[in-house]
Design a binder for this molecule. Structure first.
Ligand SMILES: Nc1ncnc2c1ncn2[C@@H]1O[C@H](COP(=O)(O)OP(=O)(O)OP(=O)(O)O)[C@@H](O)[C@H]1O
Ligand SMILES: [Mg+2]
Length: 500
């Protein structure tokens, strides 16, 4: 590492209205290092990088870039000076093609005002994606891709530019193991080429594997910076939450009863085939598989958000005819989706309004809550899930990513479902809050509810599931008991190795 940092941020302060979000943050970054930025949801990580890249202005503090005091006036300005950011919120425009998204704002033109060089852009896009090990049609509308694939476009876009400082705000949240491995290879290569990388993630394993140093923020202040090889999980977690956290996964203590929910021969041509499984009362069924295996599609079909060509669904002894989500909700099924922006939340409404979305209430068999009850409920949820918000009246769109996810969770708990389908329930959620969510899953199953949990995080699948179903290319390739399951067996089934 050379002696002068490429980026140095000193005593950065930032407030939104009267809320002090950053209260004196110091951060430095060297060329050729991967530097992790960690901290609980709402600690200020995204805000800090938004200040660095000219999206927000700090109220106080200094930024040095290549030794000169600098303040980028806009993200474009930062980009021109060699910075690339992959933001936590995807910036993909669904109706544009993959290639158009790649070159958004920097389209190749034959003359300054002339025709776009579509062919060349398509070709170059293919090359960049190949570098990430992805074979994707550049002319496909981006909206038809999965969240994970869209994320890969963003990553390709960032590394395609002549980047000196690459900022990645939770890049792997939507990716599965194979894509993550490719991404890590590319990051390693960039580091060797001398690129400086800021890496934000809640995944401890990744941080310890990939990063040279770790800086921890807590409540808008920098707590400290450690060399990764001189620290450990416990120390970092303690710096983040300010206390010992104990075990990552709470013990499963629910009594598991008889079959409560079952799916028989569920099919959708070309997507999934003859899916059959059941979930017992009080049980958590984990669903593993690679990205694109069809896990989300199966869950959407159960919930009525997607058509199915055949199959029967039984809950609590009753065969259900689900054609639309409101049929599922009425029957007692809750669904926490993978994509909180699209389906989970109304961003312009407050935390309280989202937690008590009235149409959800009327759709379910719950009676509508009185105003007071609604206020109490949102207060309870904010406390229970430790949602970091200035009040229950804050708009959801100004919450940090992980806190938005907690609101989605709380919202569905409010309708008291018999079966809760969770699709990546802890994506982007910090270690402490993850544990809160696991505890709530435990509590819900103790009350006799059943849970299906789709997750790409194997530690979570292994830590929380009573049984594990593995999906490969739209088929069930294994159903494992907790006692027999391990990472190797799941990966083998997820890549099609085991036949049932
Ligand atoms: N535009 C805004 N208006 C008001 N408050 C905001 C705004 N942007 C961020 N905040 C608040 O600033 C705090 C820090 O948010 P930030 O997004 O930086 O957190 P984070 O560390 O990135 O969290 P996460 O891990 O959940 O992504 C949060 O409490 C958030 O509610
Ligand atoms: Mg963030």
């Amino acid at each position: 590492m050379q002696t002068n940092p490429i980026v140095e941020m000193k005593q950065i302060h930032k407030s939104f209205y009267s809320v002090n979000v950053l209260r004196g943050v110091d951060f430095d970054l060297f060329s050729g290092e991967i530097h992790a930025l960690m901290g609980e949801n709402g600690a200020g990580k995204s805000t800090l990088v938004k200040i660095l890249t000219g999206i927000h202005k700090s109220n106080q503090g200094e930024i040095f870039y290549k030794g000169n005091q600098t303040e980028f006036s806009s993200p474009k300005d930062a980009e021109k000076n060699g910075m690339a950011v992959i933001h936590q919120e995807l910036n993909i425009i669904p109706y544009l093609t993959v290639a158009e998204n790649m070159f958004l704002g920097k389209e190749l033109k034959a003359t300054p005002f002339g025709i776009l060089k579509t062919k060349e852009m398509n070709q170059r896009t293919k090359e960049y994606l190949n570098r990430l090990g992805i074979d994707m049609d550049p002319q496909k509308p981006a909206g038809e891709l999965s969240v994970g694939q869209q994320q890969m476009i963003e990553i390709a876009r960032a590394i395609a530019a002549n980047t000196e400082v690459l900022i990645m705000d939770e890049p792997t949240a939507a990716l599965t193991d194979r894509e993550i491995e490719t991404l890590f290879k590319v990051m390693d290569q960039l580091r060797q080429e001398g690129v400086a990388i800021i890496y934000i993630s809640h995944r401890m394993e990744e941080i310890f594997r990939m990063c040279n140093r770790i800086t921890v923020l807590r409540d808008g202040q920098s707590i400290g910076t450690k060399n990764t090889n001189e620290t450990n999980f416990e120390e970092i977690v303690k710096m983040m939450v300010g206390r010992e956290l104990g075990e990552r996964f709470p013990d499963r203590t629910a009594d598991i009863g008889d079959t409560y929910f079952s799916v028989e021969n569920l099919s959708l041509e070309g997507v999934f085939n003859n899916i059959s499984f059941d979930v017992k009362k009080g049980e958590i069924l984990g669903v593993a598989g690679l990205m694109g295996a069809g896990r989300t599609e199966i869950m959407e079909a159960i919930f009525g958000a997607r058509k199915k060509s055949s199959g029967t669904i039984v809950l609590d002894g009753k065969e259900l005819s689900i054609k639309k989500p409101h049929h599922a909700i009425k029957a007692g099924i809750g669904f926490i989706t993978e994509d909180r922006k699209d389906e989970g939340l109304v961003l312009g409404l407050t935390v309280r309004e989202n937690l008590s979305i009235p149409n959800l209430k009327t759709l379910s068999n719950q009676t509508i809550m009185s105003d007071n009850k609604e206020k109490q409920f949102s207060k309870d949820m904010i406390e229970k899930l430790r949602i970091k918000t200035s009040s229950s009246e804050q708009e959801v769109k100004s919450l940090s990513g992980g806190n938005q996810q907690k609101v989605v969770f709380g919202k569905w708990l409010g309708i008291n479902p018999k079966l809760l389908i969770l699709d990546e329930p802890t994506r982007g959620v910090d270690v402490g809050a993850k544990k809160e969510i696991y505890s709530i899953m435990n509590e819900e199953t103790k009350k006799g509810k059943s849970i299906i949990m789709v997750s790409s995080e194997l530690p979570e699948i292994l830590g929380m599931s009573d049984r594990i179903m593995v999906i490969h290319e739209g088929k069930v390739t294994a159903i494992l008991d907790k006692a027999d399951a391990n990472q190797e067996k799941i990966m083998e089934a997820a890549t099609g190795g085991i036949n049932r």
